[in-house]
Design a protein around this ligand. Sequence first.
Ligand code: T4K
Length: 415
Amino acid sequence: MSKPVTSLAATDRDGHRLAIFGGQPRFETPRHVGTPTIPDRETLHARLDQMLDARRLTNDGPFVRDFEARLSHLNGDVEAVAVCNATVGMQLLLKALDLDGEAILPSFTFIATAHACLWEGLEPVFVDVERDTHTIDPDCVARAVNDSTALIVGVHLWGRMCHVRELEAIARDRGIPLVFDAAHALGCTYEGVPMGRLGTASVVSFHGTKFVQSLEGGAIFTPDRELADRLRLLRNFGFQGFDNVIALGTNAKMNEVCAAMGLGSLESLDRLIATNTANRAAYRVALTGLQGLALYEFDEQEANNFQYLIVEVDPQACPFTRDDLVAILHAENVIARRYFTPGCHRSMPYRTQQRRGTSRLTVTEQLCDSLIALPTGAGVNTTDIAEIGAILRLAYESAVEVRRVLTTRATRKAA
Ligand code: T4K
């Protein structure tokens, strides 16, 4: 049996003891990454009443149209097509582009990016991402393209824009479309240009965990009017007017409840970004002096939404592994996440199939093992963030004991 840990270092000046040593969790209720932001309730209720009175529930209703118009305006007046979620939105886009062959994309993304490609019959070719930005590395893309390449998919991960210009040049040379998974990137810019104007098209997510949310939802942005018309046709079964089906469509429509929520959320956009910005500043202070922890940086010249708070753990400098830190925080009810572990190429069904491009994902492998997403947005306030910093500081001060407890636990679990 292991000896009980009695180190004084495990208790801070206010008498807090780390929960990993059996103390009370610092937070009574969980602090999540992705706590939904709730828009003004009165406005939402009024919109829902309006919807019920009008008995217009779905199928391109007035709230969907209003939502699309406002999204278009936010994105430099491009076409905006609202859909039921971003995954289906990406599938719809790929179907509308009528592609056949391989899709080059990063493995370091949420699994939906890869699934949408494979679901639509495109063979994913995973390439590496850049060390600093975590976005697809244009040099890797240039090396991976060949005669089978039908598409390049960039992911504006954490809301940080890909190297759009370089990717556009490769796509133009090959005469193939460049699309963006912009699930994280609403309100962000590249060289001052709104995200929705970039590439052939971009898909944003309004999932409940996103800072602008519509319960479930997404939108496809494109500067191409014809493509937008085709997307509208395909999202409604391929109907052109009553009774006339002219294409293989599906049901990818956004309903009026989702659009009403999305409108309210969009109306709070500036406030939500201000919250994320303040949280980020608080984390910068809270993490100061903690060796081997670095905040993921954005291009401050651009518009950013800061909806993800990403910290990188340097295993050489930090006394803990990334997974140790996640365990320490979870014990305190801080539900930190390991986005995006293990990477698409190591997830099913991709890991069981030999694919082109999966052998040299060095940066991806490093990032999968070293990033933590911490709660931000509506899930925390700046006082909570100071507490999270205090938990980490206390853990650092008692690193030897903490590691011993974690090792004992791991050994027991394995036995
Ligand atoms: N591309 C990228 C790069 C993406 O990140 C995503 C989605 C997509 C494409 C696809 O977009 P959609 O098809 O979903 O529109 C979550 C979301 O489900 C997913 O939408 C999101 N990315 C991903 C980054 O995060 P999980 O599995 O981590 O979600 P979950 O259920 O664990 O929720 C996270 C935390 O949020 C929970 O611990 C508790 C809290 N939460 C969540 C929900 C849904 C709440 O407090 N209330 C809620 O209603 O994937």
